[in-house]
Design a protein around this ligand. Structure first.
Ligand code: FES
Ligand SMILES: [Fe+2]
Length: 326
């Protein structure tokens, strides 16, 4: 995992008021809950007393209560009550569980994984706001999250993996693509064409206005396909652990103005999106090794430029945060 990053870890809807949501994310057993003021908290699940799983406990007065001996922890993971020493007893500071900063944005829960000082602002997907309406689905893939990200930056797989859906038309020749990286964001302009025997254009020969669409990826784990200004596919590639990823896929649209029809169309389109995702899954889960690296036994070509840039930046970010990583 890249350290010092805001990761999308859940859909906001998964965290309910005064209820425990227990999940594994980034290889850690975590527990989330929403307090009475709607603030989400995240702590690790192992009780500091004798190691019971807090996920079996409950939320009491905005605190999580261990199911074993009732110790209560607040949102910062600090033990605030040990019933056996009484409510006026002094709780020693070692009765604490690790907590993680959490922020909601765009209907996702972001978790800070890193050093807890001067946290940066969360970057958000260009152009997506509450004027859009969306439907969502999730799926679990038995791969490292880097593989699922690279798949969505891969512009040459379309006519093969998606030959009967979004890759129709046999545009096998990849011009460019144009890839730009700045401040944790990769943008890719796609220009795939039918092969008439011509040479593919170099990235610098491709014009942005000739491109059929743009992909935008934000480190460490979210992405959108900008089909046009009113139509987007968004995905978050959430690491469960080193070999499993949960994908949160959303289909956003706002070209229909009537809310009821808009909702309906957004919902109806989901089986199609699910089909496309399954076409990807079928192949990506067969890639070996399941985790990608900057230097590995693969042979890349010009059309893989977005993947090359992704690997390079990921490597740089991993290195630059190494000194402070655990
Ligand atoms: S193990 Fe949690 S209170 Fe004892
Ligand atoms: Fe795909």
């Amino acid at each position: 995992m890249i350290y010092n990053q805001w990761y999308i870890v859940l859909d906001s809807k998964e965290v309910k008021k005064e209820k425990i949501t227990a999940v594994k994310r980034l290889g850690k057993d975590l527990l989330f809950w929403r307090d009475n003021s709607n603030q989400i908290h995240c702590v690790e699940r192992r009780c500091a007393h004798r190691g019971a799983d807090l996920a079996l406990g409950k939320i009491v007065n905005d605190h999580v209560q261990c199911p074993f001996h009732g110790i209560e922890y607040d949102g910062s993971g600090r033990g605030v009550l040990i019933p056996s020493i009484g409510k006026n007893g002094m709780v020693r500071s070692n009765f604490k569980v690790k907590s993680y900063p959490v922020i909601e944005k765009g209907g996702f829960v972001f978790m800070w994984f890193g050093e807890e000082k001067d946290l940066p602002e969360i970057k958000w997907l260009e152009g997506i706001d509450e004027t859009f309406n969306y439907s969502s689905l999730t799926d679990i893939w038995p791969v490292h999250y880097s593989r699922s990200i690279e798949n969505q930056l891969d512009v040459s797989h379309l006519p093969f993996v998606h030959y009967n859906t979004i890759g129709r038309g046999g545009r096998t020749l990849v011009n460019g693509p144009i890839v730009e990286y700045k401040d944790g964001i990769i943008n890719v302009w796609v220009n795939n064409v039918v092969d008439n025997g011509q040479k593919p254009l170099k990235p610098e020969e491709v014009k942005k206005e000739d491109c059929i669409g743009r992909l935008q990826f934000i480190f460490p784990n979210y992405w959108q396909n900008i089909i046009n200004k009113d139509l987007r596919v968004v995905a978050a590639f959430v690491p469960i652990d080193d070999s499993n990823t949960i994908i949160y896929l959303r289909f956003y649209q706002r070209f229909l103005k009537v809310p009821l029809i808009r909702n309906l169309v957004t919902k109806i389109s989901m089986p199609f999106n699910k089909k496309i995702l399954n076409q990807d899954k079928r192949v990506v889960i067969t890639q070996r090794p399941i985790k990608s690296e900057l230097r590995m036994n693969e042979n890349l070509y010009q059309g893989d430029l977005p993947i090359i840039i992704y690997r390079r930046v990921r490597e740089e970010l991993k290195k630059s945060s190494k000194e402070v990583s655990e």
